[in-house]
Design a protein around this ligand. Structure first.
Ligand code: FPP
Length: 247
């Protein structure tokens, strides 16, 4: 037989060289819907199906941290109906996946201005985070109402308050001190950042944390993204020579 099952493909991965943290900009839901002459919300619904597939794949492969860019600070400016639909999908996801998360030791966390989320979404999010906080397997980290610049501004403000009160001397401000004031303080930086649907941009995602990440941009629209393509990207990552600016 000459076809490969997904577990065969996975077996080709070098388990000692897996990225610890994978971050994804899930782009292209709108274009996926447009190609089908459907409403943009249909694209987000299909995008949510891909989220389920990719979370499961990452858990099975053994990725430790998965950060998904689900909603940016700029996304609040989309039409109200689309914002509401995205919030509803987030609620659906949190409700429908709780059992899957508990059964599979997945811990859910979030980064971003989560205080801006509607009350019902925010309380369900915090409740899911609380219920899964002791889980030690995959850490599924949702970027929600997230913007990289706002995150850095928030960190600078907190550090300035400490400097003003004398808790911290300005000469002690280092990259480590800044990192400790970011939403991601208890996570390693992403080793690999994937963006779907071909745009060559970072779009205000993890600006500080992506400094040395390997980038992979695929033309595939997020609703069409598959486990098989993820595995191919991981294989590509494993062939790369990460030098962190050194020789
Ligand atoms: C970008 O596509 C995608 C988003 C703004 C939202 C991402 C949301 C999902 C994948 C579904 C919900 C996910 C969770 C975790 C609940 P776009 O609309 O910008 O696409 P376009 O650039 O083709 O218009």
């Amino acid at each position: 037989m000459n076809f490969k099952t997904s577990s065969d493909t996975q077996a080709e991965l070098d388990m000692s060289k897996l990225p610890v943290h994978v971050a994804i900009i899930m782009d292209g839901n709108g274009r996926w819907a447009k190609k089908r002459l459907a409403n943009r919300v249909k694209g987000h619904e299909q995008g949510l199906e891909t989220v389920r597939v990719i979370v499961r794949a990452c858990r099975e492969i053994g990725i430790r941290f998965l950060t998904l860019y689900a909603f940016s600070t700029e996304n609040w400016q989309r039409p109200k109906a689309e914002v509401m639909a995205l919030m509803m999908l987030l609620k659906m996801f949190l409700k429908s996946e709780l059992k899957e998360m508990q059964d599979n030791n997945i811990r859910l966390t979030a980064i971003g201005q989560t205080e801006r989320l509607p009350d019902d979404v925010r309380s369900l999010l915090y409740e899911t985070m609380r219920l899964t906080e002791k889980n030690t397997g995959l850490r599924l980290n949702l970027a929600l109402s997230y913007g990289g610049r706002s995150e850095i501004v928030k960190a600078v403000q907190e550090i300035a308050v400490k400097a003003k009160s004398g808790e911290l001397d300005p000469s002690e401000i280092s990259p480590e001190v800044i990192a400790e004031h970011l939403y991601t303080k208890d996570m390693p930086d992403p080793d690999l950042m994937i963006r779907t649907s071909g745009e060559m941009r970072i779009s205000n995602f993890l600006l500080w944390q992506l400094a040395y990440s390997e980038l992979f941009i695929t033309d595939t629209l997020w609703p069409d993204f598959t486990r098989e393509e993820l595995v191919e990207i991981l294989k590509d990552y494993q062939r790369r020579d990460r030098r962190y600016g050194k020789v």
